[in-house]
Design a protein around this ligand. Sequence first.
Ligand code: ARG
Length: 231
Amino acid sequence: SEKKAAEGEKVLKVGTNADFAPFEFQGADPSAYEGFDMDLIRAIGEEMGYKVEINNVAFDGLIPSLEAGNIDVIISGMTINDERKQKVLFSDPYYKSGLSIMVAKSDDSIKGFQDLKGKKIAVQIGTTSATEAKKLGSAEVKELNSSADTFIELNAKGVDAVINDRPVNDRYIVESKNDNVKVLSELLTSEDYGMAINKNNAELQTKINEALKKLKDNGKYDQIYAKWFGN
Ligand code: ARG
């Protein structure tokens, strides 16, 4: 579990939506947040000399939380895009991702994005998946609170498809041992994840970028990457 900060110790208040394995999730001990993002931000905090405090926040509440000053930085598999850049500062990119489609294994009617027209799709609210799904125009898009909820909805046949970040879809297939669903090979987008920092804290942005660079140079980033994604 999280240790209390010693007196005078600098605390980095981190916001994440911890339902997005392998980037952030609650394991056996729910207070010990796990995942690639969690290891990365702890290593960054250590590098900067800050104690890291993780706050679990709804994904669509993360940027408002940052703007309100309740957290210092977001790390949450968050894609760097222009819309968000209006509101936050992003760190340098730290992970290359993209979106993929999950459907029932028995469904032969959906082979790619265009086949989703007129279908029901579950996405997590406030995500790039939601933006992408709405581009179809004719699809019925169900915006749910977590990515776990989108998988539940697909299994319950409440929707025909889930759009989600590819590594999260892939991880679900492996971890859930759910044999009734498949991920299509088509990648809908190419996206970079970045950490988000309050607009008026360019100093923290610089510190985080310096720490990230250090971890990339000294092999620590590669170690963390290998732990979660192999080689
Ligand atoms: N990469 C997508 C986005 O930025 C989804 C991120 C969702 N993250 C999460 N922890 N639920 O919109």
